[in-house]
Design a binder for this molecule. Sequence first.
Ligand SMILES: Nc1ncnc2c1ncn2[C@@H]1O[C@H](COP(=O)(O)OP(=O)(O)OP(=O)(O)O)[C@@H](O)[C@H]1O
Ligand SMILES: [Mg+2]
Length: 260
Amino acid sequence: MTKTIAFVNQKGGVGKSTSVINVAACLANKNKSVLIIDMDPQGNTTQVYSNITDDDDSIYNLLLKKPTEKITIKSLKKNTYINDVDLLPSNVLLSSAELELVNKKHRESTLKNILKENKVHCDDYDYILLDCQPSLGLLTLNSIIASNYVIVPLHADIFSLTGLELLTKTISKIQIIYEANTTILGFFFTQVNNKEPLFQEAYNLCSEIYPDHLFNTYISAGQTIDQANATGQSVIHLSPSSKPAKDYQNLTIELMKKAS
Ligand SMILES: Nc1ncnc2c1ncn2[C@@H]1O[C@H](COP(=O)(O)OP(=O)(O)OP(=O)(O)O)[C@@H](O)[C@H]1O
Ligand SMILES: [Mg+2]
């Protein structure tokens, strides 16, 4: 069965896009087929794995398609340089989707319904990974409701931990209000310098509060990540022996076990 996982954190710059990009590459390395859905108008994942212009069709056209329009996941998806990774791209047009969706019936479940309508095609993928924007607005709500799991990349600082409490409460509310079957797969720290005493403190605190949810693996900080993002590739292809590349491989193994 296809597993749909949303990478969510309302805080910006915590590594959501970087994690989607690299977990997708690591899954493909394990012979899994992956569809990435870029639900962020910033389009960072799209910029790494494809290059579309603001005039091209994007996930916006699928979310706001009129009943007469024939656009589907199959017709919209782009290939990436990795055989087993496809992408539903985003561009800046998506920023108006929040406003336009407000008047739509079942606005919170629009993406879930699209995945259902395209089930035959979605079934071709082992994993669907959703990159969310840094907010808990309607696009992120759609992503959470459409997913089996939410996974949360985190910075090791106090604001991240208080933000995590808000996020877990929000997800509980979503489960009740929208009868969503989404569960939290877990949290993991990114951009970690493990020599920093603050990191160990944050890690210990988080594992005390959320013993079932904290991933053992954390992603080390490393310049190779910026280089990989800038050159349009995953870090496991640019620098397979680097620490962040190994960390993403271990994180993916843990993710596959947790989501099984
Ligand atoms: N492990 C890492 N080591 C070093 N730099 C990293 C690492 N992970 C991410 N970065 C860098 O941190 C910045 C933010 O990462 P990224 O864009 O993935 O975060 P994000 O949560 O998707 O941000 P946004 O909330 O704006 O969508 C980028 O410049 C990225 O290259
Ligand atoms: Mg991002």
